[in-house]
Design a binder for this molecule. Structure first.
Ligand code: PTJ
Length: 256
């Protein structure tokens, strides 16, 4: 691992990159995961590398959905396994959700390595190792566990493909996405669109889950009733516009 000094202005971002590189090294992250991370980094820069007020609201609403669900599932891929294994295990633990490994660039060996990786971070039951059901999609993200994503009422899908997100919504599930691109098909189609870095989002959601765990069903339902998912995307676009304007002014560049 490259030694990155704590005081480096881009410390967090560079450390996140290192985690993906490490994930590739131990065979849990795909090489394509690096490209996805780069794309995420670019959007994170645009949004200001912070959780906006609106994203925090979406994260609370997402936690309320998970706490109220009958069979909530957290879908894990190679990037999230490398970046946020502890947070995903803790979120599952606190909320009673189940982890399921589901990959786009699928290989059985990688699925099993990710399951072992999650278990080494304290996970109990992890689905995906013997998934046999197929969603009506032309790629391997279609392969899901019957007791998991297939029958789930609420699914958390960080860094997801647009067409599977759409399919899961069509199946009547509440789909919670985490995607820094506010205009991706995933963000546009999800039931709760969290536009935040998965590293911050999962940490916030874990804290919210601890805080909200003992809330009544009525008050969780109130959190759900009080949000309008259609607002999260314009809010993120506005945050990007304001950030760019601020950066331009700070650097003496005229804002058009
Ligand atoms: O492990 P696998 O085989 O399942 O593959 C996982 C990746 C992520 C490689 C695969 O799903 C993929 O190719 O994803 P995309 O379509 O490149 O990226 C999905 C979305 O995630 C894009 O809109 C990115 O901007 C966004 N994204 C990338 N990194 C982050 C992110 N969003 C939030 N936090 C990030 N750290």
């Amino acid at each position: 691992m490259t030694d990155i000094p704590r005081e480096h202005p881009r410390y967090e971002s560079l450390m996140t990159r290192e985690k993906i590189v490490e994930g590739i090294g131990i065979g849990i992250t795909s090489k394509q995961g690096l490209v996805a991370q780069g794309r995420g980094e670019a959007f994170d820069y645009l949004i200001g590398e912070r959780t906006t007020e609106s994203a925090a609201f979406a994260e609370r609403a997402a936690v309320a959905h998970i706490l109220l669900a009958e069979n909530p599932i957290i879908s894990v891929n190679g990037n999230t396994a490398a970046l946020v294994p502890e947070s995903m295990v803790t979120l599952a633990d606190v909320t009673g959700a189940t982890l399921e490994v589901n990959l786009f660039h699928r290989s059985d060996a990688r699925v099993h390595r990710i399951i072992e990786h999650l278990k080494s971070h304290g996970a109990g039951r992890v689905l995906g190792g013997s998934a046999e059901k197929r969603l009506d999609l032309s790629h391997d993200r279609a392969i899901v566990d019957e007791e998991g994503i297939f029958s789930a009422d609420v699914v958390l899908v960080p860094l997801e493909d647009g067409d599977r997100c759409q399919k899961l919504v069509e199946m009547g599930k509440v789909v919670i996405s985490i995607d820094l691109n506010p205009l991706s098909r995933t963000s546009l189609n999800a039931s709760v669109s969290i536009i935040d870095n998965v590293t911050r989002a999962l940490q916030n959601m874990t804290q919210f889950a601890r805080d909200m765990k003992h809330d009544s069903r009525e008050s969780l339902q109130e959190v759900i009733n009080s949000y309008d998912n259609r607002k999260f995307i314009p809010d993120a676009l506005y945050a990007i516009q304001e950030r760019l304007k601020h950066q331009a002014e700070e650097r003496g560049v005229q804002w058009i």
